[in-house]
Design a protein around this ligand. Structure first.
Ligand SMILES: [Fe+2]
Length: 155
């Protein structure tokens, strides 16, 4: 059936494309956070191991909301590592950095997610797509808060 939700197809496509880039950032950051949960070492092990678990658990739920919003707008959600690598602005970590470097990388990752969400927002707002605006606002709020918490560990 044709989609008739009061947002024309080109606008839905622009929003879905933006949300796909956000999904790729979120998924890449999810994997990086889980990776660091497994591989972190040093005197802050317990703190960071548990903190990273909190963060990747939240991310695992969030990627589902972003992907399903793309589907509700009428487009397929990217769902392979190949697509995520092509769409994401977050660089993967090939090695095992020290704990401080892990924290710095995660701050950069959360800030990247915030910037991507903020870039997508005008397309959603311009099309009166309140559900996407709401989702983007929630993601920005979460990532800005998490970036602050991680940044505080470095002071
Ligand atoms: Fe675990």
């Amino acid at each position: 059936m044709k989609i008739d939700i009061g947002i024309e197809k080109p606008a839905r496509k622009a929003i879905a494309d933006g949300l796909s880039r956000l999904l790729a950032d979120e998924y890449t950051l999810y994997l990086k956070t889980h990776n660091f949960h497994w591989n972190v070492t040093g005197p802050m092990f317990n703190t960071l191991h548990l903190m990273f678990e909190t963060h990747y658990t939240e991310a695992a739920l969030a990627v589902d909301l972003v992907a399903e919003r793309i589907r509700a707008l009428g487009f397929p959600a990217p769902g392979t590592y190949q697509q995520f690598a092509a769409l994401s602005s977050i660089k993967e970590e090939g090695g095992v950095p020290d704990a401080t470097t892990m924290i710095k990388q995660l701050v950069l990752g959360h800030e990247t997610c915030v910037r991507t969400a903020r870039e997508v927002f005008p397309a959603a707002e311009g099309a009166s797509d309140e559900p996407s605006c709401d989702l983007l606002t929630q993601r920005m709020q979460l990532h800005e808060k998490t970036a602050w918490m991680l940044r505080s560990l470095l002071e």
